[in-house]
Design a protein around this ligand. Structure first.
Ligand SMILES: Cc1cc2nc3c(=O)[nH]c(=O)nc-3n(C[C@H](O)[C@H](O)[C@H](O)COP(=O)(O)OP(=O)(O)OC[C@H]3O[C@@H](n4cnc5c(N)ncnc54)[C@H](O)[C@@H]3O)c2cc1C
Ligand code: SF4
Length: 350
C-alpha cells in the first residue's frame, strides 16, 4: 500500500493479545500445516493454507465471497483483484505472485455491497484496511476475516521482465505465468501463446532476479509479517546448515499464525472441518525458517532514522515493536543500515 509512504501516513498498530514477539508479531497460536485437499496443497505457494482457510470460510457460510488477487488474463505476469463467490475461483488464485497488486482497489464496492467477505492481501493492505476500520464501521461489519502472508517485498516490473528474458520469453508472447506453486516452492513457469513452457527454480527467480529489485518502502516495512491480520501464513521452510532455508522441492508446508480471537476461531473451525491439518510449532522455529524477515525488521529503526535526518517522508509507526526488534541487531549492523540508507538517498538510489 504505497499510500503509507506519504508524509504523515500511519501504519496500523498490532492488536493487544497475550503473546507478542518483536519480530514475529502478536499471536494466539503458531502451527505448521497444509491444506487437506491435495490439489489445493499442490497449487498453493507453500501448503495452500491461505486458500484452504478462505475456501472453508466460504463453504461454512462465514463469508459469501473472498477478495483476493489472481493472474490478469490480459497481462499474465500482472495481477487482477477478484471478488470470488465460488470455491473454484478462490483456488484459481492460489500461489504467490511477486509483482504489484492492489487488493483494496474495489474495497468501496465490497463494503457498499454488504454481506460478508474474507480479505486476502499483503500485510500493508491489511494494515490499510484496519486503519479504514477506525473511521468506517462497514469494515468490521462486512469483513469478518482478514488474512495476510509474510512479505519480503514487491519486486519491480523490471525484475519480472528480467525473469522472462532469462526464460527467453517475450512479454507479448506470454499466455500464462506462475511465479511459483504447483509444488513447494514450485517453479516460475511461463507458457507462451504457441504452447512452449519455460521454467526456472524459485531459488533462481527470487534469489537472482526478483529479490534484487524491491520497492524502497518494503525495505522499511515495519510489519511485513501481517501482524494486524487475523491469520498470517508463510513458508514453513526447513532450515539448512548455512542458517538459511533450503529450497528443495517437497510436499507443501505453510507456517500458520493465528493472531486474533477471530483468527483462532476460523482456524479451529477449518481444522474441525478437515480443511487444514496442523501441528503446533515453537516460536523459536520461525527464526530458522525466516532469517531474512528477522534481519529486515532489525534494520527498520536505523533506516527510518536515516530518512528523518535527510528530511525524507516516512510513515508514522507506533505499536509495532520496531525499537525492541532493533535491539536484537548489533551496533555495527545498525550503523551499516543507517549509513547505507543515507548513501542510497544521496545517490538517489531509493
Ligand atoms: C510479494 C510476496 C512476498 C512474499 N514474501 C514472503 C516471505 O518473505 N516469507 C514467506 O514465508 N513467504 C512470503 N510470501 C508468501 C508465500 O510465498 C506464501 O504465499 C505464503 O507462504 C502462504 O502460502 P500458502 O500456500 O498458504 O498460500 P496460498 O494458498 O498459495 O495463497 C496465497 C494467497 O495470496 C494471494 N496473493 C498472491 N500474491 C499476491 C500479491 N502480490 N498480492 C496480494 N495477494 C497475493 C493469492 O491470491 C492467494 O489468495 C510472499 C508472497 C508474496 C506475494
Ligand atoms: S514488504 Fe511491506 S510494504 Fe512492501 S509490499 Fe510487503 S507488506 Fe507491503
Amino acid at each position: 500500500m504505497i499510500a503509507e509512504t506519504c508524509p504523515g501516513a500511519v501504519v496500523a498498530a498490532w492488536p493487544t493479545v497475550p503473546n507478542r514477539h518483536p519480530v514475529w508479531g502478536p499471536y494466539h497460536s503458531i502451527y505448521a500445516g497444509h491444506a487437506v485437499d491435495s490439489d489445493v496443497r499442490h497449487k498453493g505457494s507453500s501448503g495452500g493454507a491461505v486458500t484452504a482457510l478462505a475456501v472453508h470460510a466460504l463453504d461454512s457460510g462465514l463469508v459469501d465471497r473472498v477478495v483476493h488477487v489472481t493472474a490478469n488474463p490480459k497481462d499474465p505476469a500482472g495481477n487482477l483483484v477478484c471478488c470470488s463467490t465460488n470455491v473454484a475461483d478462490v483456488i484459481e488464485g492460489a500461489g504467490s505472485r511477486y509483482v504489484s497488486s492492489s487488493p483494496l482497489a474495489d474495497i468501496e464496492r465490497v463494503l457498499a455491497d454488504g454481506g460478508s467477505a474474507a480479505f486476502i492481501g499483503k500485510p500493508c493492505d491489511v494494515s490499510a484496511l484496519r486503519r479504514l476500520a477506525l473511521i468506517d464501521p462497514r469494515v468490521d461489519a462486512h469483513i469478518p476475516l482478514m488474512m495476510a502472508f509474510f512479505c519480503a517485498g514487491i519486486p519491480s516490473r523490471r525484475a519480472v521482465e528480467r525473469v522472462l528474458a532469462a526464460l527467453d520469453v517475450a512479454p507479448e508472447d506470454l499466455a500464462t505465468f506462475r511465479y511459483r506453486g504447483n509444488g513447494w516452492p514450485g517453479k516460475a513457469t511461463a507458457t507462451t501463446c504457441d504452447g512452449r513452457v519455460a521454467q526456472m527454480t524459485y531459488e533462481e527467480s527470487w534469489g537472482r532476479y526478483l529479490s534484487k529489485d524491491v520497492q524502497f518502502r518494503c525495505k522499511i516495512c515495519p510489519d511485513a509479517v501481517g501482524g494486524v491480520a487475523d491469520i498470517a501464513c508463510a513458508d514453513a521452510w526447513y532450515g539448512g546448515e548455512t542458517g538459511y532455508p533450503t529450497f528443495d522441492e517437497l510436499d507443501g508446508r505453510s507456517l500458520i499464525v493465528s493472531r486474533t480471537a477471530r483468527g483462532e476461531q476460523v482456524l479451529d473451525a477449518a481444522v474441525a472441518g478437515k480443511a487444514v491439518l496442523i501441528e503446533p510449532l515453537a516460536i523459536t522455529e520461525i527464526d530458522l525458517m525466516q532469517p531474512s524477515q528477522a534481519q529486515r525488521k532489525y534494520a527498520v529503526r536505523a533506516r527510518m532514522a536515516a530518512l528523518s535526518v535527510t528530511m525524507q517522508p516516512r510513515p508514522r509507526i507506533q505499536g509495532l515493536s520496531v525499537e525492541a526488534a532493533s535491539q536484537r541487531a548489533g551496533l555495527k549492523d545498525q550503523a551499516r543500515n543507517f549509513l547505507g540508507t543515507i548513501r542510497r538517498i544521496l545517490l538517489r538510489r531509493r
